[in-house]
Design a protein around this ligand. Structure first.
Ligand code: AMP
Ligand code: GLY
Length: 430
């Protein structure tokens, strides 16, 4: 059997989960990760390379005889790593820069959905020179809350839900003046607010067809009960009980496959992971946003229940043969709790020793996000530090399992939300 040298790009909890899963494949020869983290290092070799320097990444590919590159985060995809490497004859799992515009430009995504009748919120776009017009439009419409979105990548900080005119004014000013938002906000999307519960659906795509892997619910805010600042995600669970078999079917038929068909029809075939952020509204599921990669921390609860060989699926996607693949999942629930540095997502200290990882029980999993090895010790090295994943037959069991193990891990100023998965329990009760 041929085996493959894989180069994984990224350094978060998502990439640790990807490394963990691919390492289980008999198809794997050796795993290299750039730059990786102490978690990915358990399954292969980390190589310290700046992933925005595509020539250097190509150097790693050539030096280590890489058969396939798997890209974790959105930034290199939107910046064109797939285009660059495939141009050099390298096999890459991840969309081209143009296809990654589904995440890289919200106005691109909205126009795309409108053109292909994919359900989403009503919207209007304005250039940054037209913010006065945007304000007049919102004032005339007089429908609150209203959603303001910077067009480009803004690390989750470019979306504002405004309750009134005063807030709209304030956010428009922020979008035109804030140095970190200005570029992303050169175009503004004004969107209708959708009421409902959010669910993320993940599909693997080969340009022609999509196979849904699984679904999950993220917890984006820092505080209990979804309060406080937005973060990269403080925990996730899978699957979301909200998604009945009928709803899953509807999502596949009205959103996932039409997205892949639409991209193909536009001459922009989509190969990679499609992450559809959905709102389950009274009128049915609608797209909140597309992302062009796995979610973090959703990946950490999507991959453990996946019985299928991920590397085999990835190779099938790049070989245009996904139609021959079946996705197999366990019927257990998984819950991931993020242990973060106190102060995140604002300022926080790093470098604190982490203890207790070896005390967690064998059926739980720990994925590293922001950790480092220093003087023979594992220390904190980021805002989100670790993900502890529990599982169980029932959602409550998975939640209890995760928290039992979270409590065994300690570092100074650690913080976690204690209500991950509660939304799912509420749905089950109703
Ligand atoms: P996005 O970056 O587009 O995912 O937006 C961030 C978050 O803002 C989403 O996860 C939703 O919670 C919320 N959001 C974005 N757009 C809408 C909308 N049209 N209606 C309601 N909530 C939204
Ligand atoms: N957890 C949200 C994201 O990965 O975008």
């Amino acid at each position: 059997m041929k085996t493959y040298n894989v180069l994984l790009i990224g350094s978060g909890g998502r990439e640790h989960a990807l490394a963990w899963k691919m390492a289980q494949s008999p198809l794997l020869d050796h795993l290299y990760t750039v730059p990786g983290n102490p978690g990915t290092a358990q399954y292969g070799t980390n190589i310290s390379v700046d992933t925005s320097d595509f020539e250097k990444v190509l150097g790693v590919v050539n030096e280590h005889d890489i058969d396939i590159v798997v890209v974790g985060p959105e930034k290199p995809l939107v910046d064109g790593i797939t285009d660059f490497l495939t141009g050099k004859g390298v096999n890459v799992f991840g969309p081209t820069s143009r296809a990654a515009q589904l995440e890289g430009s919200k106005s691109f995504a909205k126009e795309f959905m409108q053109r292909h009748n994919i359900p989403t919120a009503a919207y209007k776009t304005f250039k940054s020179s037209q913010f006065d017009e945007a304000f007049e439009y919102i004032k005339t419409e007089n429908r609150y809350p209203v959603v303001l979105k910077a067009d480009g990548l803004a690390g989750g900080k470019g979306v504002f839900i405004c309750e009134n005119e005063t807030e709209v004014k304030k956010r428009l000013r922020q979008l035109s003046n804030d140095e970190k938002l200005k570029d992303a906000a050169s175009t503004l999307v004004v969107e209708e607010f959708m009421q409902g519960q959010e669910v993320s659906v993940f599909a693997i795509c080969d340009g022609e067809i999509a196979r849904v892997l699984h679904n999950a619910q993220d917890h984006k805010r820092i505080g209990e009960g979804d309060t406080g600042l937005n973060t990269g995600g403080m925990g996730a669970y899978a699957p979301a009980p909200l998604l009945t078999p009928e709803l899953k079917n509807e999502i596949e038929k009205s959103i996932i496959q039409p997205t892949i068909d639409g991209m193909k029809a536009d001459g922009n075939p989509y190969l990679g992971i499609l992450y559809a952020g959905l709102m389950i509204t009274e009128e049915g599921p609608k797209v909140v946003e597309y992302n062009c990669r796995f979610g973090d921390p959703e990946c950490q609860v999507i991959l453990p229940p996946l019985k299928s060989d991920l590397l085999d699926l990835i190779l099938a996607a790049t070989g245009s043969s996904l139609k021959n693949e079946i996705i197999q999942l366990t019927n257990r629930y998984y819950c991931s709790v993020v242990l973060a540095s106190g102060g995140y997502p604002s300022s926080y200290e790093k470098g604190f020793e982490i203890t207790g990882i070896s005390d967690i029980d064998k059926k739980s999993l720990v994925f590293h996000s922001g950790t480092a090895n220093k003087d023979g010790k594992l220390v904190t090295d980021g805002g989100r530090v670790l993900n502890v994943v529990g599982n169980g037959e029932k959602l409550q069991d998975a939640i209890d399992h995760a928290y039992k193990n979270v409590k065994r891990i300690t570092f100074k100023n650690s913080y976690y939300r204690s209500d991950i998965g509660k939304k799912g329990l509420k749905t089950l009760e109703s």
